[in-house]
Design a protein around this ligand. Sequence first.
Ligand SMILES: [Zn+2]
Length: 315
Amino acid sequence: MAQPTVYYWDSISLEHDTGRHVERIDRAKRLAPDHLRSRVPMLNHQPIIAHDAVEWICKLHVPYYHDWVKNRCEAEVDRSLLDHGDTVISRRSYDAAIAAVNAALTAGDAVMNKTVANAFCAMRPPGHHALPDEAMGFCLFGTVSILAKYLQIHHGVGRIAIVDWDVHHGNGTQHFFYEDPSVLFVSLHQHPLWPGSGRASEIGDGAGQGFTLNVPIPPFTTESDYLAAFESKVLPALDDFRPEFLIISAGFDAHANDPLASLQLTESGFAQMTRWLKQLAGQHCDGRIVSCLEGGYNLDALEASVAAHLTELMV
Ligand SMILES: [Zn+2]
C-alpha cells in the first residue's frame, strides 16, 4: 500500500541566503519538519534523491544560462542580484535550486512508482517565473516545468496539468508550454500585479492554443468569489483535459495577510482547492499529484497554509 503524502524538505534551503529579502531563509525554517510536525503530526518527511538535474534543466533552459547561474553563485562572496529585478543569490543558491529540482524529480518518481499517493516539495528558491535564459521573480530554474518534462520523457506520461495558484502569474511555466497541447497550464493570479502577464486572452498558441488558461483575479476579491472562479473555470477545464498527472505550483501569497498582494484567501481556501484537485486527480489519474512550493511571504500565513494543504493531501 502506498505511503501517505511525502514531504520533501532539505536543509540546503537554509543556505540560500537572500538576507532581508521577503523570499528568505525564515520561510524554510518555518517549514522544517521538526517545526511543522506541531501542526501536521503525521508528516512523512523523506530524503531527496539526486538525479541528473542539470540534464533535465537543460531540456528547457539554455545550457549557457545554467552554466552562468552556477558560475555566478559559486563565485559569490556576499550577495548580489542575478537579474535586473530582485532575484538575490549567494554562494549556495545554485545548490539550493538544484536540490529543488531534485526534490521535484524524486517526488515524481515516488508517485509514478506508486510508493506514495502524492507529495509536497517545500523547497526554495521558487521556480515559476524563470525563463529559458533569464532569472526572474526570485526564481532560478523552472522547477515544475522541468518536472513535467521529466514525467513525459522519463516516465512516458502523456497529458499533464499544472495548476498555479500563486498570486503572481506563472509566466515562466506558461512560456515553456505555450505551444504544447500535452501540458495544460492553468494560472489564477491577482491582476493587475507584477509581472503583468496572464490576461484571459493568453490561451496558448499554435498547437497549444486552448491549453493555457489564465484566470485573472481583481485585487480585493473575496475568498468566496475566488473559490467560485476556481470551481466554475478551473475544474471544468481540468475535467475536459483529463490529465494523467497533476502538478500544483503552490504559492501561498494569495493569502489575505501576504505583504506582496491584495487577495483575501485563508488557510481554508487553500484546503478547499486542495480537496477539489485531489478529487479530480482521483477521477482522472489515480490521484497522482506533486505539489511544489512557490511564493508565500507572511511567515505565519505560509506555515498555516502549508499545513492545511498537506493535511488535505494526506486525507
Ligand atoms: Zn508569488
